[in-house]
Design a protein around this ligand. Structure first.
Ligand SMILES: [Zn+2]
Length: 211
């Protein structure tokens, strides 16, 4: 299991506009693949209780199905990120296919919520030079991560292990707003908040954490 996402310096240098860690030395929480009726609202509740603002990297198909949940995400002051429309692996698509996956999400949220998506996370973390160029053309900011909690395995012990060993002051943490992590997501969030508090790490706002 690879919790720590720490690609070689060369890669980070070539893709230097990508966010690998936060830029302000605070922790950023991110939630991928939602929104979903089974999970999103309880995640929002716990974030709200702890006065935390996160990035929700949503999938267009789910945004279309559950617009009221997106409204709740936005109403709580969170940031909506583009995680493509169909959660396809972009490196397997043509240039036009990649563009379409990214644009159709942006068009949807602009139309439905008058929202301009600024941040992008590629599904499964897979990108290439074509993805990089398209994001640049669209003036979008790529957000990777530095701590994968493996919450999608639905085993709280794995999350605890990842957080205990790899949480840093500037971690971008990936969690899932998805059925895969449904049983442990709330405990996972609480565990991260507790651990951050014990370590004297601060949890930051998306706009300050990302470039
Ligand atoms: Zn995803």
């Amino acid at each position: 299991m690879r919790y720590l996402y720490d690609p070689p310096g060369l890669l980070k240098n070539i893709f230097k506009e990508f966010n690998w860690n936060t830029v302000n030395g605070k922790i950023l929480l991110t939630f991928d693949d939602g929104p979903l009726p089974e999970t999103t609202q309880s995640i929002l509740k716990i974030l709200n209780k702890n006065n935390i603002r996160a990035v929700f990297f949503c999938v267009g198909g789910n945004v279309q199905k559950y617009p009221e949940l997106v409204n709740e995400i936005l109403a709580d002051g969170h940031t909506l990120g583009n995680h493509t429309f169909h959660h396809k692996i972009l490196t397997k698509l043509t240039r036009d296919g990649i563009k379409k996956e990214i644009s159709s999400f942006n068009d949807l949220v602009r139309e439905k919520f008058n929202y301009s998506a600024e941040y992008f996370r590629p599904p499964h973390g897979k990108f290439n030079f074509t993805v990089k160029r398209i994001l640049k053309e669209k003036n979008m900011r790529p957000v990777m991560w530095s701590l994968l909690t493996a919450d999608y395995k639905n085993d709280l012990n794995l999350v605890k292990f990842a957080v205990d060993n790899y949480l840093k002051h500037n971690s971008i943490v990936v969690l899932h707003d998805s059925l895969k992590s449904k049983d442990i997501i709330l405990n996972s969030i609480e565990y991260i908040i507790d651990k951050a508090g014990k370590m004297n790490f601060e949890i930051g706002e998306p706009s300050g954490c990302l470039r």
